[in-house]
Design a binder for this molecule. Structure first.
Ligand SMILES: Cc1cc2nc3c(=O)[nH]c(=O)nc-3n(C[C@H](O)[C@H](O)[C@H](O)COP(=O)(O)OP(=O)(O)OC[C@H]3O[C@@H](n4cnc5c(N)ncnc54)[C@H](O)[C@@H]3O)c2cc1C
Length: 394
């Protein structure tokens, strides 16, 4: 049996940085993923400025830029007649967001993990946890038709929405909320557009510049999912023409690359983030509607928090480790909960008169636009944004 200090299950934006940061502490880390290396993943790609600050701090931002993903320094948000231009906030030495292709992002993160000494193994599917005196002591996985086992003191589940690790440790779900939206997106070549968001009642369109193309996403209420899935092309077209007619016009002269991709399973939940000898990072432990594009940045935050908690424990001895993993779980909730609540509010896709009036007021003030951009990026919590906004209100 192979022996490590930590096994991380899931080698994308939660697992790969977590593995890397733990290896940099001198721990022997195995990173497993059942997907093929370099494979794609459902995503509209956008990484907010605080997420980009992690990429910069981790020394991989130049590799991300080299994928051809252009810097994004402003968002244009259009709701009915209101047009608001919000600059990206400066965080950790820059004000750019990026939307790299997921296969590129995840590969850059895996390479950085390998460079830190992590053993990275793809096409390895974890099915069971090893057990020693009631705590996980490693994993059993299947690779190339063979069963293998790896022993470890800490098992990290970074295995996404349908996490096997979360199931195997019986992580308790809480703060759940019914699904709110569903989405369709496609890639387009030859579009003249920057980073744009358009909203009308029940519909939302995002235009996101990525390497060599624009990703154009349409969001609908979850109650429409049954209709959307039977006529994907019609629903996408209708959403564009209703919520973003200027985008529909520009796409008429552009070329779509590939088919439309859809996602109806936009779950909203928290799961207990840690227990004796285990922790969850990223979607495995917390997922929310993708409309606010927070998942990648949040996965980075959690990878960083977990690595700090393990460093603070200073040892993988059960009592110390578990206490610090519990602290990680508390801090994860403290950091994620405000943005979870604001995401649930936005993903309803309602355009209330009150919200429209607020956006109109913000649009008229460069200072409020900058505050709005900082709130969208997650630099200000919704509470901080509202307090400041109230102070500026006439
Ligand atoms: C439609 C859509 C659009 C989105 N758009 C954005 C966006 O614009 N910006 C943003 O920040 N976020 C976005 N997100 C969310 C973002 O994609 C996720 O939050 C993010 O990928 C979570 O990363 P993760 O590492 O936790 O999990 P994942 O990226 O899901 O990776 C989990 C990995 O675990 C592996 N795995 C699973 N089970 C096992 C097993 N048993 N054994 C071994 N490996 C296993 C999988 O193969 C997978 O590679 C979007 C999500 C969706 C669905």
């Amino acid at each position: 049996m192979e022996t490590y200090d930590v096994v991380v299950v899931g080698a994308r934006c939660g697992g790969a940085p977590a593995a890397r940061l733990l290896a940099e502490q001198g721990l022997r880390v195995l990173l497993l993923d059942r997907a093929a290396r370099g494979s794609d993943k459902l995503s509209t790609l956008y990484i907010h400025q605080p997420g980009v600050a992690f990429l910069r701090a981790w020394g991989v931002l130049d590799e991300i830029r080299a994928t051809g993903a252009p810097p994004i320094t402003e968002v244009t948000y259009r709701v009915r007649d209101v047009v608001l231009r919000a600059p990206g906030p400066f965080v950790g030495g820059g004000n750019e967001a990026y939307a790299p292709r997921r296969a590129d992002l995840d590969e850059v993160l895996c390479r950085a993990a390998e460079a830190a000494g992590v053993t990275v193994v793809h096409e390895a599917s974890v099915t069971e946890l090893l057990d020693e005196q009631g705590r996980p002591a490693g994993v059993r996985y299947r690779r190339a038709g063979r069963w293998q086992q790896a022993r470890a003191d800490l098992v990290v589940g970074a295995d996404g929405l349908r996490s096997t690790v979360a199931k195997l440790v019986s992580a308790t779900p809480y703060a759940g909320h019914p699904r709110l939206s569903c989405c369709l997106y496609g890639y387009w070549a030859g579009v003249d557009a920057s980073f744009e968001q358009h909203q009308s009642d029940g519909l939302w369109v995002g235009v996101i510049p990525t390497s060599g193309a624009h990703l154009v996403a349409c969001y609908f209420r979850q109650s429409e999912f049954a209709c959307v899935r039977v006529d994907v092309e019609g629903a996408y077209d209708r959403c564009l023409r209703t919520a973003a007619p200027s985008v529909a016009e520009r796409l008429a002269g552009a070329e779509r690359i590939g088919r439309l991709i859809g996602m109806g399973d936009q779950q909203n939940y928290f799961r207990t983030a840690s227990g004796p000898g285990w922790a969850l990072v990223g979607d495995a432990g917390h997922h929310k509607d993708s409309l606010t594009a927070r998942g990648i940045t949040d996965a980075f935050v959690q990878a960083d928090l977990l690595a700090r908690a393990v460093a603070d424990a200073g040892s993988l001895r059960p009592a110390r480790l578990d206490a610090h993993l519990a602290a990680y779980a508390r801090e994860r909730d403290r950091r994620m909960m405000p943005f979870y609540r604001s995401t649930l509010a936005v993903a309803r896709l309602d355009v209330e008169a009150e919200r429209l009036a607020e956006l109109r007021r913000v649009a008229g003030s460069p200072e409020l636009c900058a505050r709005y951009g900082a709130a969208v990026a997650g630099v200000l919590t919704p509470e901080e944004y509202r307090l400041h906004d109230a102070a500026l209100a006439p």
